[in-house]
Design a protein. Sequence first.
Length: 569
Amino acid sequence: MIVVVAPPTRQGRTGGGARQALVAVAQLRLMVLSLLFCAGMFVVIAKLALLALWAEPATARDINAGLIPPRGDIVDRNGAPLARTIDAWTIAIHPNQVIGDKAALAQKLAELMPEQSVAYYQAILNSGSGFAFLRRRALPELVSAVNALGEPAIEFQREPDRLYPQSTMAAHVLGFIDSNGHGVAGMEKVLEKRLSDPALRSQPVALSIDARVQAAMESELGAAMNVFQARGAAGIVLDVRTGEVVAMVSLPTFNPNAIKGIPPRNNVTQSVYELGSTFKPLAVAGAIDAGLLKTMARRFDATRPLQVGRFKISDDPGDETFRWLTVPEVLIYSSNIATARIADEMGAARMQGLFERLGFHQRPHIELGDGAKPLWPTFWARTTVMTTAYGHGIAVTPLHLANAYAAMVNGGTLRPATLLKVAPGKEVAGTRVMNEETSARMRQMLRLIVLKGTGRSGEAKGYRMGGKTGTAEAASGGGYDKGRNVSTFAAAFPIDAPRYVVVTMLDSPQRTATVSRTTAAWTASPVASRVVSRTGSILGVTPDNSRDIDLADLMPLLWTGPAGTKAAR
């Protein structure tokens, strides 16, 4: 069979040429792409080579830079967290991007976040704005529940947040931060530079506060405030050797995690009070130091009220027409009359000088820096000298009183109080404000007050308390409100070798069904007793009923009368 093959047509030759051209173009593009890829690889390799040759090795600080919080932590003296920065969830929404039923979505949001009403969420969803917060500090469970709603306009963010894990504990000490993360009160404000410094914020700041002692003081003081329906309360535990504040409580308090309005003031540093008879030991110490009381056997007339011009100074009803009192008895029975006579001998210059040495004329020394200015007499008349000796006519903060008692029992050295932990051997030297012999004598008399006098309800078994009660009418409208008082107990323990001062105060306690009196012996001193009983061993003081301060030289000076007399009460 013969097969005839037709010659290729012009059209066939043209089609083959086109295909070859396309192949050539593709090959060219592939070559260019390969060259670009090689060039990119060359750049990467060159960069790596440069880094290997000249870059400095990464340090631990560089590696951990992303792990350091934007604000340092605050801890107590034992490392327990008081304030820390955490990654928290924030739930937000873009109202102008909502695609679902806004009314139904508002209803579901109100069910999941009931702190706001349906109307509140409807107003946000219908606002047409580009962004709005729904909840900050959201728990993961809530984030999951809101995410399950399936609304794409809802956004979930992780952002740093300041958390106070102990809630209201030590709120006045810690303070809080503003929406920009800056401290605006308390130690958050004081330590602003330290906490926000990138070079330092990885290390927490240790305060002098002991969270365990703080919790006990808050618990006991809060219970007493509730029982007696007091307007406010204050409590402080102070290390007499270093000036460290181990506990500082002011009630009412607030939650720094949820600031609403203006927080209540710190009654320990920002409120001044006439603290009544707690001043009497200070006046007696001043008189001993001045050489006016050379013997504790000296007696002062307390048989009748003391008339000074148009003023009459009296003791409690039933006590003023009794007898002459020795120096220890002046304090044991808390005689206004006898204390006024001692102050009268001191005179204005020496009494004013005593209170100035104790810092009663200026704001309290402590890091918080917003302490109240005391109400200081403008003119030291004879009556002023007498009344200030028993805590009337002069008003100071509870911190002033705690500092003064610390100096009175620690050997006579006044140290500024501090809220920062003090390393061993680093305490401030302080200023001598009374002689060591005077301090030793005052420790004896403070112990006698607890054993024999108005401070008996302040005893803590085994801890050898020494202290003084004080009950003063509350200042009001330029005068005094006879229906309200400020009851205070200032004490130190163990009094034979003082370690800590404890001050408890209730503002305007009320009578209860079981307690008919609102004086400090019934209100403030039992609080101190319970606090010390709960925390003494925590503070390193071992209870011991077999030891006590030596009172042998003072006991013969105490008169023991028949039942119902002043001495028996």
